[in-house]
Design a protein around this ligand. Structure first.
Ligand code: GDP
Ligand code: MG
Length: 435
C-alpha cells in the first residue's frame, strides 16, 4: 500500500499559522482519529485535535477526498498554531498513527504520477516557490498555467501527424497514395524545425531569467571594483584593500533590480599577474567576463584607461568612471557614454543601477511565451531539432519515420509524457519539503 505522508507545508514565524498536509490512504482515518469527525469535503471546520487523551491544538481541518485533491490521493490539511511544541506533538502523533514525513517534492511527485500535474507545471511550482523577483514570479506563473505543456504537446502532435503520413506511405503501395503526401510530411517537419529554432534561441534568455542575469565587474586593480560592489550591496561583501590585487576569487551578490534578478560578480583586477594566486584570479576574471550577460567596466578618474579593460568595451558593456570624488577630471578618451560614480560617497550609484536595469530590461524583455525555461527543456528540444535535421524522406521512408519518432520522443520528455522514470529524480530533486 502507498505510504501516507505528511509535512509542514508552510513555514510561519512565531505566532503564525502552520499548515500540515497529509496525503495517502490513511489521511481520512487520521483526521477522524484526531478530530473525532471528518468534515464536509473542501469546507474548513474547527476542530480540537486530541491524541491519547492529550489535546495537541485547537485549529481548522480540511478534507479533500481522492481524486479531487492536489496529489489525486486522499488529502487532509490541518491549520494549527505555529509553534515548536505543537509541531512536535503533531508529528509524534502522526508517526504513531502510521504516517511518515514526506520527502522533498513528494507531494508534487505524487500529483504528477496521478496525472494531476505535468512536469512543466511541477517545475513551475518549484520556480514559484524560489522566485525572488517579479519577473521570475511572472515567468513561473505562465508556466504553471500550462503554456509550455500545451506548446510541447502541440509540437508532439505535429510530429505524430507527419509520422502517420509517412507510415501510410510505407504501408501502402505508390499507386494507392494521393499525390504529395511525402511532401506534406516534409513541410510539417520543416515548419516545426524553424519553430524549434526560434524557441531555442529565446530559451537561453528564459533560463537566465530563472537563474539570474549575470553581470561582471571588471577593471584594473585598485579601480574600485570591490568598493563599488560593496556600495551596491550596502554591506561588506567583498574585501576592499588599498593594496592592488587583493580580490583573488569571485564574489557574487544577488540583486532585485526593478523586478529583474541580477547576479553581480566582483573579479580580480585585469593586469600582469605578480604571483600565482593572482594569475589564477585574473584567469577567472576573464572567464567571468566571457560568460557574463553584461559587463561593468570600471576605470579610475584621472588615470589613462588601461588597455586590458578598454579592450572589453562593446555593446554588452557599461563604462563606469569611479573615484570622481577626488577632484581629478576623468580621462574619457575612447570611453563612450561613461557613467560617473564615486563608490566612496555613493554619488552616481543610483544612475548606474538605473542604466543597468534598463539594459537588462531591453535584453530580457520576453517576446515569446510560453518558453523553454530550463536546460532540461532545451536539451530535449535540441535533440528533437537534431532528429529533424537528419530527417530526409529521399534517403528512405523507414529511416525518415524513425527520425520523426525520435523527435516526438524527445519533445514528449518536456512534459513527461515519455521516459518518465529517468527524469523524475532530476525534476523533483530541487523541491522543498511540503510541496
Ligand atoms: N576616493 C575614492 N577612493 C576609492 C573609491 N572607490 C575605491 N576607492 C579606494 O581605492 C582603493 C582600491 O579599492 P578596491 O575597491 O579594493 O579596488 P579594486 O581593486 O578594483 O577592487 C581602496 O583604497 C578604496 O578605498 C572612490 O570612489 N573614491
Ligand atoms: Mg577588488
Amino acid at each position: 500500500m502507498t505510504a501516507t505522508i505528511f509535512a509542514l507545508a508552510s513555514a510561519p514565524g512565531r505566532g503564525g499559522v502552520s499548515v500540515y498536509r497529509l496525503s495517502g490512504p490513511l489521511a481520512g482515518q487520521t483526521v477522524e482519529t484526531l478530530a473525532g469527525f471528518l468534515p464536509t469535503p473542501r469546507m474548513a471546520k474547527r476542530a480540537r485535535l486530541v491524541h491519547r487523551d492529550e489535546t495537541i491544538d485547537d485549529g481548522l481541518v480540511l478534507w479533500f477526498p481522492s481524486p479531487a485533491s492536489f496529489t489525486g490521493e486522499d488529502v487532509a490539511e490541518l491549520h494549527l498554531h505555529g509553534g515548536r511544541a505543537v509541531a512536535q506533538a503533531l508529528s509524534a502523533a502522526l508517526v504513531e498513527l502510521g504516517l511518515r514525513p514526506a520527502e522533498a517534492g513528494e507531494f508534487s511527485r505524487r500529483a504528477f504520477q496521478n496525472g494531476k500535474l505535468d512536469l512543466t507545471r511541477a517545475e513551475a511550482i518549484a520556480d514559484l516557490v524560489d522566485a525572488e523577483t517579479a519577473a521570475q514570479r511572472r515567468q513561473a506563473l505562465l508556466q504553471l498555467d500550462g503554456g509550455l505543456d500545451r506548446l510541447a504537446e502541440g509540437w508532439r502532435q505535429d510530429l505524430l501527424r507527419a509520422l502517420a503520413l509517412l507510415e501510410a506511405c510505407i504501408d501502402f503501395s505508390d499507386e494507392d497514395l494521393p499525390d504529395g503526401v511525402i511532401e506534406q510530411a516534409a513541410d510539417q517537419a520543416r515548419a516545426l524545425a524553424a519553430e524549434l529554432d526560434s524557441h531555442l534561441a529565446e530559451g537561453i534568455r528564459h533560463e537566465r531569467l530563472r537563474d539570474g542575469i549575470h553581470v561582471a565587474i571588471l577593471g584594473a586593480p585598485n579601480a574600485g571594483k570591490s568598493s563599488l560592489l560593496n556600495r551596491i550591496a550596502g554591506r561588506e561583501a567583498a574585501i576592499v584593500s588599498a593594496t592592488a590585487g587583493t580580490t583573488r576569487d569571485i564574489i557574487e551578490i544577488h540583486l532585485d533590480l526593478g523586478g529583474w534578478p541580477v547576479v553581480l560578480a566582483d573579479t580580480a583586477g585585469l593586469r600582469e599577474a605578480g604571483e600565482e594566486v593572482e594569475a589564477e584570479g585574473i584567469r577567472r576574471a576573464l572567464a567571468k567576463a566571457e560568460a557574463a550577460d553584461l559587463k561593468l567596466l570600471v576605470f579610475e578618474a584621472g588615470l589613462d584607461p588601461d588597455p586590458a579593460t578598454t579592450s572589453l568595451v562593446g555593446p554588452d558593456a557599461l563604462v563606469v568612471v569611479n573615484k570622481t570624488d577626488q577632484g581629478r577630471p576623468p580621462n574619457l578618451v575612447d570611453l563612450p557614454q561613461a557613467i560617473m560614480v564615486s563608490a566612496r560617497t555613493g554619488d552616481g550609484i543610483a544612475q548606474l543601477l538605473e542604466t543597468l536595469r534598463q539594459q537588462v530590461a531591453d535584453r530580457f524583455q520576453m517576446t515569446q511565451a510560453p518558453a523553454l525555461t530550463r536546460s532540461r527543456h532545451r536539451a530535449a528540444a535540441q535533440e528533437a531539432r537534431q532528429a529533424l535535421e537528419r530527417f530526409d524522406p529521399s534517403l528512405g521512408l523507414e529511416l525518415a519515420a524513425e527520425e520523426l519518432r525520435r523527435a516526438a520522443q524527445s519533445i514528449g520528455r518536456i512534459a513527461g509524457r515519455v521516459d518518465v522514470e529517468d527524469i523524475l529524480d532530476i525534476v523533483f530533486r530541487d523541491f522543498c519539503i511540503g510541496k
